[in-house]
Design a protein around this ligand. Sequence first.
Ligand code: ADP
Ligand code: MG
Length: 561
Amino acid sequence: MSHQADQDLSILTTNGDASRATDQDARDLNITGARGVADVLKTTLGPKGMDKLIVNSFGHVILSNDGHTILDEMQIVSPAGNMVAEVARIQEEEAGDGTTSAVVFSGELLAEAQDLLDMGIHPSTIAEGYYLANSWACEELMDVSQPVDTDDDELLEHVARTSMTGKSAERYVDELTPLIVDAVRSVAEETDDGISVDLSRVEIEVQSGQAITDSTLLEGVVASKEPVHEDMPLTVEDAKVMLLYKELEVDTADVEMASITDPTQRLEYIDTEESQLAHSVEQIAATGADVVFFMRGVDNAAADMLLKEGILGVNRIKKSDLENMGQVLEGSPVPIWDLETVTADDLGRGSVVRDDQAEAFYVTAPGATRVTLLVRGSIKQVADEMERSITDALHAVAQTLSDGRVLPGGGATEIELARRIRTKASGVEGREQLAVEAFADALEVVPRLLAENAGCDPIDALVSLRAAHAEGRTSAALDVLTNDVVDAFDAGIVESLHAKETGYVSATEVSALILNIDDVMSAGDLTTQAEVDEEDLGGPEFDYDTPDMGGLIDADDWLDQ
Ligand code: ADP
Ligand code: MG
């Protein structure tokens, strides 16, 4: 840090531990921090990418190949590094896939910027060049993409497959892709602006036991609960179902009860409460209900009464789950609070089926617009990671349906865009031209890493891809499963348009933001002083140090065991 910066700082803060970096120092600091974060993800990109094993600050062990999850669990100290992690978060939120690509591209834009800065080019010139190149990239994306027939399930399965290749779900890709496409179709709706997909209506339930081939798409939801009485009918096909916010129990801890001290009076009080319960059960039975899902508790006395009526009762269902059941059942019943006014019209229709092995009820109705992907046969340790890669694939398929277009994957899009941007760059005046070219070079980080992670020579791969594109093969890609240059569309390596576009935009913005920072001021670690005080008093010593990336190791070896 420069002497001047130190002096400036003393005017701004009184904390002796505070620090400040300005101008080139600030930029170096930020670029190094941001690239450091991006570098972590480099080896995870693509089908042959490695996984990471992270021990988070709570001591939980997380195994992942998902860019957003990895960065989210890491303790990143660099502020600029956190800005890059934010790119992953936005990508996850906006597109649901393509997080790793967006982050490594951000890192690469900054690496290229570093070279330009060293050549004496002003940071704002670089940022402008990047914005210009990005606008071209987004325009050309449209041209590189191809329209899809939204009824073409095979193509949608390819999109799911491309997204899942290299993840722990890959082993099951043949079983899962048709289910993923079905799931998206179940919640897709034709609107005036095309197809809109509400993925919040797709639930993923990973269950161990059984075989992966037993995985299914449930037109409905899962309630992992026990019946209130074990002798109740556990499976009711074509059931009349009541959804109730109310409880069926005598509240022995209530205020009124507590105020009664005489034992006989207490028993009388319980009797009246129980007769009220009996009345409630009569009201339920009078509607003709076969099954009741309760949000609150059902006590033993009430459970016995329900059993006598031949009704299946299941209690302590989360409010949101109860409402979801309402969306599944025919007649879309709204859960009710009050039994006084209840009628048969408040019931929904559907099937309630018990799965003993899974210890769950499946609540389904034909044509339900809320579905659950039941993924069976996974081992517990990878259940979360399975869920993440299935979620990515769901998003990729949903995006493809709503975009109505797909992009060639396997690096084809990046090579083609880089080529087109380089051609246009010659028309850019001044030093900005170099930044535009740098953007094109940075794009090629994706094919380079795909090759590198697959054990191919990245230079050879780039050379053959560039040559193929120069000949006009705009969708020539590197298939890392065969290490051949193929046509991405023919090989079924296809990706979501929206995901790529979002990635380019956020990577451009974050690198421009970081380049435009010329001052990093830190208030200092206020806990350091506390630590000193604590020691002086002979008190316990705390380790305030943020755990670093020592907790992060490549995990493929671990998984193979
Ligand atoms: P992200 O988080 O960016 O989605 P992934 O690890 O999922 O990162 O890798 C995605 C990249 O892998 C995309 O560029 C995609 O085109 C590429 N890809 C998927 N399947 C293949 C394949 N068979 N050959 C080459 N590249 C592939
Ligand atoms: Mg992906």
